[in-house]
Design a protein around this ligand. Structure first.
Ligand code: SAH
Ligand code: SF4
Ligand code: F3S
Length: 449
């Protein structure tokens, strides 16, 4: 705490794990906390500088949870030196573990569930007054809790803004914890989304990413607009330069969405379309509800209408019952689809999900072997896809100097590829054309033209 102009200035530090939804939630929590006098510390500020420490957690894989338990342990010492520190756990693990977290680590002051983000200030103020423990993780899994729209948002980035358009998930893929910790799907009203985009543009943001676990089912609850309609509305916001979205579930990516991207001026040509697996046997037990054939047909449609679009995916190896034959089909599938890039995961057992109790679990060493084989195939494809861009000129939104070398600047293409280029006079937020001279697996290197 610092005294500024006779007033106490308190500081909050967030440690954020997991997906962009958690990044967006942290920005909303920081916005609210500003109302009761907490200023957000930079991500690289030491934890010791904080009066309020919040870990916004992820529960999607065991490794994500392990990292959080490690941090909780570390914070015990900080709390011992500074007993005034308020320490809270929010996010998906808070929802999943609830009061078990405080039983395991009593130096945690509060646990706030994913449906309770809007009650953060009340909880913090209660602890400021009474120094007790608070656990508030009620989440009615069956009904859709109302969305609090009165949040202020304290955004982290300067150019790119995360805009949640819906919360929760109804899909219950058999490996996944998300529907249990985020509740049922509920969509924000289109006018609220558009208003938030307008505000972001007014604050200088050039790019927005619309977020949801499955953005294609946006509006199926309130029926005020479909996702394609929402995309068109956001595309028209005065001053917006780029519009991105994720994640798309293949089961309901509509023709209208593809058409909207093809005709929209600012809708970026990148679709993250997680397939998870490349054999019908595993897609079925994963409850993904599409087949290899219907997915391929969807990709054919996307590529016919959007030949420049990049396509990325998520893949899981080691799901229960995965056979050598499944895995061979998966590699063939990758070679046929040729994604620009893929996030690859080893299946992680999540208690409470159907897959956790399936009896044909795959051995750890087999999972690791398959992951390596999968990555080798995909990396080669990613390299070849990027090599095909040699000598092409791509529009890059300038972000700033790269981490390693101040003279080399970085930015993204509309297709979401990272580009490194020689810095001239451009500033962050400018749009420049770069000719690709050295395509690599993860980045495109080039020169400004
Ligand atoms: N809603 C998004 C992604 C949610 S989680 C979608 O449906 O695509 C992000 C990714 O984590 C998933 O796409 C999946 O590949 C991976 N994932 C989810 N649960 C997992 C588990 N139990 N083990 C390993 N990977 C998992
Ligand atoms: Fe999880 Fe499937 Fe929902 Fe994605 S669609 S969040 S993988 S249950
Ligand atoms: Fe993790 Fe929750 Fe996102 S489990 S991936 S932070 S929705």
């Amino acid at each position: 705490m610092k005294i500024i102009n006779g007033k106490a200035q308190r500081y909050v530090k967030f440690l954020v794990y997991g997906c962009q939804m958690n990044v967006a939630d942290a920005e909303r929590m920081a916005g609210q906390l500003a109302d009761i006098g907490y200023e957000r510390l930079a991500d690289d500020a030491p934890m010791e500088d904080a009066d309020l420490l919040i870990i916004n957690t992820c529960a999607v894989r065991e490794t994500a949870e392990d990292k959080v338990y490690g941090k909780i342990g570390e914070i015990k010492n900080i709390k011992r030196k500074n007993p005034q520190l308020i320490f809270g756990i929010t996010g998906c693990m808070a929802q999943k573990e609830s009061d078990k977290l405080i039983k395991r680590a009593p130096h945690i002051d509060f646990v706030l569930g994913t449906g309770k983000v809007h009650e953060l200030n009340a909880v913090v103020q209660e602890i400021e007054r009474e120094h007790g423990h608070v656990v508030n993780t009620e989440l009615d899994a069956k009904t859709a809790p109302a969305i609090a729209e009165d949040h202020r948002v304290a955004r982290d980035g300067k150019l790119s803004a995360w805009i949640p358009i819906m919360y929760g998930c109804n899909n219950f893929c058999t490996y996944c914890i998300v529907p249990y910790v985020r509740g049922r799907e509920r969509s924000r009203r289109p006018e609220d989304v558009v208003k938030e985009v307008e505000q972001a543009v007014a604050q200088g943001y050039k790019e927005v990413t619309l977020l949801g676990q499955n953005v294609n089912s946006y509006g199926k609850d309130h029926k005020l607009a479909t996702f394609a309609e929402l995309l068109k509305m956001v595309d028209k916001v005065e001053g917006i330069k780029r519009v991105r979205f994720m994640t798309s579930h293949p089961k309901d990516l509509s023709d209208e969405v593809i058409e909207a991207i093809a005709t929209g001026e600012h809708l970026c040509e990148h679709i993250h379309l997680p397939v998870q697996y490349g054999s019908n046997h595993l897609l079925k037990v994963m409850n993904r509800v599409y087949t290899v054939e219907s997915y391929k047909e969807l990709v054919r449609k996307i590529r016919a209408r959007l030949p420049q679009a990049s396509l990325t995916t998520d893949l899981i190896v080691g799901f229960p019952g995965e056979t050598e034959d499944d895995f061979a089909q998966m590699l063939d599938f990758l070679k046929e689809i040729r994604y620009d890039s893929a996030y690859t995961f080893i299946y992680s057992k999540r208690s409470g999900t159907p897959a956790a109790t399936m009896d044909n679990q795959v051995a750890d060493d087999v999972k690791k072997e398959r992951l390596n084989a999968l990555m080798a195939v995909q990396n080669q494809i990613s390299l070849e896809k990027n090599q095909a861009l040699l000598d092409s000129v791509m529009e890059v939104m300038v972000e700033g100097p790269s981490k390693n070398d101040e003279s080399v600047w970085t930015g993204h293409t509309r297709t979401n590829k990272i580009v490194l280029f020689n810095h001239q006079d451009e500033q962050p937020g400018d749009f420049v054309n770069v000719k690709i001279t050295h395509p690599q697996t993860w980045v495109l290197k080039g020169i400004r033209v």
